[in-house]
Design a protein around this ligand. Structure first.
Ligand SMILES: *C/C=C(C)/C=C/C=C(C)/C=C/C1=C(C)CCCC1(C)C
Length: 257
């Protein structure tokens, strides 16, 4: 009798626990976009832990860069959980969440250029502000264009101009000069990887704006799959480059002491 009740209890409890598990149940084996959302959520979480743990293995001046890297993957990871949920329940592009994610992570990523230079050389504060302000202008004009607050073509053009201003800073502007003249070799290497990610990897997003929104050239599934893979490179590889030079410079500093 007792045994039977126990069994019943377990059965009821497991029955109760099913609805709480349904959060993960709606992922379908034949939905590569949904799976990519999920996979990247987890990779972002793992990367966050990795970058946070690395804070203790780099020198003091490099800690801020590592913490910001962890914030980038943390913020992206949280957004990916929500974006996956929207995708699997509605089949629609989670555009608002993408933009909110970009609005937080893109300025943080651009600030990293300033931070890795500031950790090893003297660099003027306006470099920081230029990177920050241009990134906000780029994203805001894209958002206003995509939501029809302003002419979508105007949004695209202003956004691309702001992106070009960022590229100018990184290839020819003060940031580029400080990097070439004062930064150690490992920082120069990482800076180079990062600036090419901003050039080539980031080109995916305005292309997505054009072909996913302006001319309706590709469907939501393809667009989101491409965005997801792009984010993987543009956030994880980008932050790993920061981690690589932070660790390397910290090691040489340690040896020279
Ligand atoms: C992790 C997310 C990243 C690195 C997102 C980057 C987003 C952009 C570089 C967006 C750029 C855009 C333009 C250059 C023109 C206007 C439309 C945007 C906002 C898609």
């Amino acid at each position: 009798m007792l045994k039977r009740n126990k069994f019943k209890l377990i059965f009821t409890l497991s029955g109760l626990s099913i609805p709480t598990l349904s959060f993960a149940n709606d992922l379908k084996v034949n939905d590569p976009v949904g799976i990519s959302f999920w996979l990247i959520s987890i990779i972002m979480v793992a990367a966050t832990v990795f970058f946070l743990m690395s804070v203790n293995s780099v020198n003091g001046k490099w800690r801020t860069s590592m913490i910001i890297a962890a914030l980038v993957t943390l913020v992206a990871g949280i957004h990916y959980f929500y974006m996956r949920e929207i995708w699997v329940t509605t089949g629609q592009s989670p555009t608002v969440y993408r933009y909110i994610d970009w609005l937080i992570t893109v300025p943080l990523q651009l600030i990293e250029f300033y931070l890795i230079l500031a950790a090893s050389a003297t660099i003027a504060l306006p470099v920081f502000w230029r990177l920050f302000v241009f990134s906000i202008v780029m994203l805001l004009s894209g958002y206003l264009g995509e939501t029809d607050f302003i002419n979508p073509y105007l949004g695209l053009v202003v956004g691309i101009l702001a992106w070009i201003a960022i590229l100018y800073e990184l290839f020819l502007g003060e940031a580029a000069k400080v990097c070439a003249e004062k930064a150690p070799a490992s920082v120069q290497q990482s800076f180079s990887v990062m600036k090419w990610i901003v050039t080539l990897g980031w080109a995916i997003y305005p292309l997505g704006y054009i072909f996913g929104y302006l001319v309706d050239g590709i469907d939501a599934a393809t667009l989101n799959f491409i965005y997801n893979i792009a984010d993987l490179v543009n956030k994880i590889i980008f932050c790993l480059a920061i981690w690589a030079c932070a660790v390397k410079v910290s090691e040489t500093d340690y040896k020279s002491k």
